[in-house]
Design a protein around this ligand. Structure first.
Ligand code: EPU
Length: 417
């Protein structure tokens, strides 16, 4: 076990280049299962979730070769194999194997997913989608068994605009007989990325990125080459870190449009934001206004950035309100920030944050983004060392975090716990 040590107080300066998106990569890797020949993905993030997913694909018989930020997946020898336990339990996104294997083999047995459990995260909409496509779904000893003699296109209205359910249904429906229409689909950029890969593999998908997605099933899908979109959440986290440390950072290899909700909030706080074609410069200021933030589905403010944003709001003058309308109890970072001297109280789905100075403490990352919040907070603490345990959560989603922060001038290192 490792812990992260951060001596804060140094304004971040320089350029950070953002890797491919975690939440795309972990859907694109299982999507490759639907092809008959090799799929090559570029701009792959170097994170532990990707490493685990590659091993899962190997367990299913895929040949996987990885070099730098490229991965080659040859699924031609893939076998239909139950995966009730083991690595599937380590990842939330192992649920994408349900849709992908169902599409390829007409059956899948996958253990209920693990991952960041900041609150109960149901998958009823995924199951509803599989059933609408003609599958029979049973839950036996913590694993879902999903079988269909023949998947058939259907009209599916999602009760909540779920990212995971939208992608899972797209995966299975790509190989169904006939046309599937998903209504109230999620619109996150990662969904467009998955649809782009599936289309390059031969699927017929229209409307990804809107609330209505139409998928015409095809009999065969082939390999292709695809570059993963950049990670808007990693990018947003570095933007927040730059503002919190009153630094001056160019966040490079990003799609600024994907970060508009954050950019608008930072500007409202008084942070200077300069947008370029593929990069964003953040210039910190001595003092910030308190603001209200509502985390919503895309294109609203992302729930995955609300935890790091909580830490930034402790640097503002006055009272900020931050509400999460996607995950109403995603506040595991708050007790840890309180240990660092933050004045935050949670009422229902809202955190009420009073601006003030933080101090160093021994804290633990309760999940991936809660961990990112602690890193932001630790970077602001003048000359004192904050110790963050459970760093493996942070490694799930932040590519080369220590290296990047050091390049920006931060005093950060890892120690064995
Ligand atoms: N929901 C249901 N039923 C379902 C599915 C979702 O009620 O069948 C609810 C959830 O409880 C939640 C809302 O719908 O209140 C949205 O959940 P969604 O399904 O969109 O989330 P997800 O697909 O499980 C992905 C990301 C999360 C990110 C959310 C929201 C992956 C593997 N995870 O989760 O990423 O927070 O979308 O954008 O793509 C992270 O990166 O730290 C992370 C947790």
């Amino acid at each position: 076990m490792e812990k992260l040590m951060i001596r804060g107080g140094k304004p971040l300066h320089g350029t950070v280049t953002i890797s491919g998106a975690k939440n795309s990569a972990i859907a694109l890797l299982p999507a490759a299962v639907l092809a008959d020949t090799e799929v090559i993905l570029d701009n792959l993030p170097n994170i532990s979730d990707v490493a685990i997913y590659s091993e899962l694909l190997e367990e299913l018989g895929a040949k996987v070769k990885r070099r730098d930020d490229e991965i080659r997946i040859d699924p031609s020898q893939l076998v239909s194999k139950p995966m009730p336990n083991g690595k599937v339990k380590k990842l939330r996104a192992s649920y994408y194997l349900m849709g992908a294997l169902l599409g390829r083999f007409g059956e899948a047995t996958i253990g209920m997913p693990g991952g960041c459990n900041f609150e109960p995260r149901p998958i009823d909409q995924h199951i509803k989608g599989f059933e609408a496509l003609g599958a029979v779904v049973t839950n036996e000893q913590g694993a879902l068994h999903i079988r269909a003699k023949q998947l058939r296109g259907a009209k599916i209205y999602l009760d909540v605009a779920s990212v995971g359910a939208t992608i899972n249904i797209m995966l299975a429906a790509s190989r169904a007989d006939g046309v599937t229409v998903i209504e109230n689909a999620a619109k996150e950029p990662e969904i467009v990325d998955v649809a782009t890969l599936l289309t390059a593999m031969g699927a017929k998908i229209k409307g990804a990125g809107t609330e209505t997605i139409r998928i015409e099933g095809v009999k065969e899908m082939k390999g292709c080459r695809h570059s993963i979109i950049s990670d808007r959440i990693q990018a947003g986290t570095y933007m927040i870190m730059a503002a919190a440390t009153r630094g001056n950072v160019l966040v490079d290899n990003v799609i600024p449009k994907h970060l508009e909700a954050l950019t608008a909030k930072l500007e409202e706080m008084g942070v200077e934001v300069q947008e370029y074609d593929e990069s964003i410069r953040i210039i910190g200021k001595p003092s910030y206004n308190a603001v209200d933030v509502k985390a919503l589905v895309y294109p609203g403010f992302p729930t995955d950035l609300q935890s790091p944003m909580t830490s930034l709001l402790t640097c503002a003058q006055g009272t900020s309100l931050l509400s999460d309308y996607v995950y109403g109890t995603r506040f595991k970072h708050v007790p840890e920030l309180t240990l660092m001297g933050a004045n935050i109280r949670v009422e229902g789905r809202t955190a009420i944050i009073e601006g003030g100075k933080l101090s160093a403490a021994k804290v633990k990352a309760a999940d991936l983004r809660a961990g990112a919040a602690l890193v932001v907070a630790a970077l602001t603490v003048q000359d004192e060392v904050t110790e963050i345990t459970n760093v493996e959560y942070i490694d799930r989603g932040y590519d080369r975090l220590v290296e990047n922060l050091r390049n920006l001038g931060a005093d950060v290192w890892r120690e064995h716990d």
